[in-house]
Ligand binder design. Structure first.
Ligand SMILES: [Zn+2]
Length: 463
């Protein structure tokens, strides 16, 4: 028993010594472990490698979760010269902003004029150190580099076409030369932008842009070409133009119960089933909300247009047909003698025999061929550089998206699918995202004067 008690005492002493040692070494070890932490700071910078203009605001954050940020340095190296953009030292305590998660925000203004930088290549460098005792007390370092090009010169823009007569609801073309390639360039008609395309002419610095004037844009509409280079430098040039204003007719369309009972079931699947709508309410939904949605589906294809003119000569019109409605007719819908809605008709209605063959108006690539709400079965043909023709209310579609067609190919048959009261073809022409009057494109003289002769003229000047 005595022996055992002695043994127990020894064991107790040993535990005590270990605990004392831990009490001394533990915090010291923890202190050193903390001071020698090996985690590098992290740099979060909103600057991409690439082209910069005259003034660039750069901002970002630096984060170090362990010992905190000690020093920040940023600079530019151009032709062997170093320009310091930012140099900042942060005290141990201040760098360790606990509640901000050790995040230090920064912002830098690169003003090429003030910093006397020249256009051309440069390297942006950034280095950040933390308060760790590693690397002989210098701390862990984070380092990054971005290759930049400074471009402070605006592109030079020269309009090459001379006279531009445009009708309301009509089209035009502008050809221009750019001194450098520009990500965004094209014609502005009021708020509408029509992209310019290079590749039509052998000289790739020469661009063409087909543009449209909306039926309701009058003489005061601003028209100009604008080009923005990769650095954001902008060139803008007006061009001589004459806007021909014209009138559009008003058409009263009586809506009968018979028509609503016949047509509305076709659209019920696109309506909210929880709403109990009367036939007139259903019609208003179809004529307004669905019309807008269907137009968007047709007009959003502009930017995907092929960079090639497939078409040649005048566009064809449905053979042996009578015109039932014109472009930009202002339609007034009456129900029981009362006006219930208004809409503008963005195409031409042509009636022939029932289920007549529809020839492609010109050569192109089928952009889509499918059921499209109020337009029923619809075919959209891309003729290149933003020019499209559209065929609606078809009883039958003969083509598929992606098919190449030549002028006269039968793409389908007329019908009365969608919001159509009788068998007819709704034919439309589109420039990028704006409906234009097809009459211009059916007219070989108009095409010659306003499109092809201009292109031929430029070709003879530059080639
Ligand atoms: Zn129509």
């Amino acid at each position: 028993m005595r022996f055992k008690r002695k043994d127990k005492g020894k064991k107790f002493k040993l535990i005590l010594i270990i605990l004392l040692c831990l009490a001394v070494i533990g915090p010291g070890g923890w202190f050193l472990w903390t001071k020698y932490e090996g985690g590098a700071p992290k740099i979060n910078l909103d600057l991409k490698a690439g082209v910069l203009g005259a003034v660039t605001e750069v901002s970002g954050t630096i984060k170090d979760n362990r010992s905190g940020i000690r020093k920040i340095w940023a600079g530019l190296i151009q032709e062997g010269c170093e320009t310091v953009l930012l140099e900042k030292t942060i005290d141990a305590n201040k760098g360790q902003v606990a509640d901000a998660g050790n995040i230090v925000p920064f912002s830098i203004t690169i003003n090429t004029k003030e910093l006397e930088l020249s256009d051309g290549e440069a390297v942006f460098r950034m280095a950040v150190w933390d308060h760790s005792w590693r690397n002989w007390l210098k701390g862990n370092v984070a380092y990054l580099e971005k290759e930049l090009v400074f471009d402070t010169e605006a592109p030079r823009l020269t309009v090459l076409t001379s006279q531009h007569n445009i009708s309301q609801g009509g089209a035009g073309i502008v050809v221009y030369r750019l001194s450098e390639s520009c990500e965004k360039n094209g014609v502005y008609v009021g708020e509408d932008f029509f992209p310019g395309y290079s590749g039509y002419f052998d000289d790739t610095s020469v661009y063409l842009s087909l543009f449209a004037l909306r039926y309701d844009q009058g003489k005061g509409t601003e028209l100009y070409v604008k080009a923005v280079d990769a650095a954001g430098n902008t060139a803008r040039s007006g061009f001589y133009h004459y806007i021909r204003e014209r009138g559009f007719k008003t058409d009263v369309i009586p809506i009968s119960d018979q028509f609503l009972e016949w047509k509305m079931p076709e659209f019920v699947s696109s309506m909210d089933p929880s709403k109990d709508m009367s036939l007139v309410e259903q019609f208003l939904y179809v004529n307004q909300t669905l019309r807008q949605k269907n137009n968007q589906a047709i007009l959003e294809n502009g930017q995907k247009s092929e960079k090639e003119f497939f078409w040649h000569g005048a566009f064809g019109r449905l053979p042996n047909s009578a015109r039932r409605a014109s472009f930009a007719d202002h339609r007034v819908y009456k129900y029981n003698g009362e006006t219930i809605d208004r809409a503008v008709h963005m195409g031409i209605d042509l009636a022939s025999i029932r289920h007549a063959d529809i020839p492609a108006a010109n050569a192109g690539k089928v952009a889509f061929a499918r059921e499209t709400g109020i337009y029923g079965n619809t075919v959209l043909i891309d003729h290149g550089y933003g020019l499209f023709s559209v065929y609606s209310h078809l009883s039958r579609i003969n083509v598929n998206a992606g098919d190449m067609v030549v002028k006269g190919d039968t793409i389908g048959n007329t019908g009365s699918t969608g919001l159509a009261a009788g068998d007819h073809l709704h034919f439309g022409m589109i420039i990028d995202h704006v409906y234009v009057d097809p009459v211009e494109w059916w007219d070989s003289n108009w095409i010659e004067h306003n499109i092809t002769s201009k292109l031929e003229n430029i070709k003879s000047i530059i080639n």
